[in-house]
Design a protein around this ligand. Structure first.
Ligand code: UDP
Length: 254
């Protein structure tokens, strides 16, 4: 098989040139990292599960009219997506205090927030993704005020929809991180949801036990990391055909 051109390698994913112009292939790795890469490791089967979980969530969001970059899943670890111009801002939506918000404001983890809070960080590894305000985003030209309005409204729609979806399977959506991109079709530009939505980028707690079912199990050495990702996929009804034992999938092709 012909070698594909690698466009980018991140911590958990590799991006390859797609089969047609304007498309990319997203390959999901088992690698995990946390605390600005200070902690790294492998979560066996994570790539296969996140590929499925993100496919499922992006498809469901597409069904309710949220535009996304997702086109289709190609195999166990890869999906075809539209090439977009990534807006260098991470959008975090929070429903319950956890992680860095709990630390910053001294609000005990698990405290419900009076309303959903949207936060922005500037995507920059050198600067450790500093938190920024709308003022910084528009002043530095990372997004226009109109684009930012659209991003905010899409983020809140995603939050409403996913909160309900997870609630239906006994999971509380505590917080999550989204990325957006610009997609050109003819001369028209649209803001679309990009990257992935998975237990790598969401905090998911079991409704009854408050047990963590996301990357915090890896970050905080809580054990049963693989099992947590599998359980999210199982509840969503999308465990790969071979079941939990069939998680390795094909190796990355360079
Ligand atoms: N998050 C992410 N990537 C990042 C930072 C945060 O996916 O680079 C997600 C994280 O998994 C959580 C939410 O965004 O669901 C809020 O993260 P927080 O700011 O609390 O940072 P953390 O405690 O993860 O360092």
């Amino acid at each position: 098989m012909a070698r594909r051109r690698q466009i980018f390698e991140g911590k958990a994913k590799v991006l390859f040139e797609g089969p047609e112009p304007g498309t990319l292939v997203q390959y999901f790795k088992d690698d995990a990292s946390a605390f600005k890469n200070m902690k790294t490791g492998t979560i066996t089967g994570k790539g296969v599960l996140n590929n499925r979980i993100s496919e499922y969530l992006m498809t469901r969001l597409g069904d309710v009219g949220v535009p996304t970059h997702f086109m289709r899943r190609l195999n166990m670890r890869e999906q075809l997506v539209r090439e977009v111009e990534i807006i260098p801002v991470e959008v975090v939506v929070r429903n319950i205090s956890a992680g860095s918000l709990a630390k910053r404001f001294g609000v005990a983890e698990g405290t419900p927030l009076p309303r959903s809070i949207v936060e922005y960080c500037y995507k920059s590894n050198e600067l450790d993704d500093p938190m920024v305000s709308e003022e910084h985003i528009t002043a530095f030209g990372w997004a226009t005020p109109q684009e930012l309005d659209e991003i905010m409204s899409l983020a809140l729609r995603v939050n409403d929809f996913l909160s309900g979806l997870f609630l239906g399977i006994g999971i509380r959506l505590v917080d999550f991180r989204l990325e957006f991109g610009r997609l050109w079709e003819d001369d028209q530009m649209r803001i679309v949801l990009a990257d992935e939505i998975s237990p790598d980028s969401c905090r998911l707690w079991d409704i009854k036990t408050n047990e963590k079912m996301d990357k915090d199990r890896f970050r905080r050495d809580l054990g049963k990391v693989e099992e947590a990702y599998q359980e999210v996929a199982r509840r969503l009804g999308i465990l790969p055909e071979g079941g939990p034992r069939d998680m390795k999938g094909p190796e990355v092709m360079q």
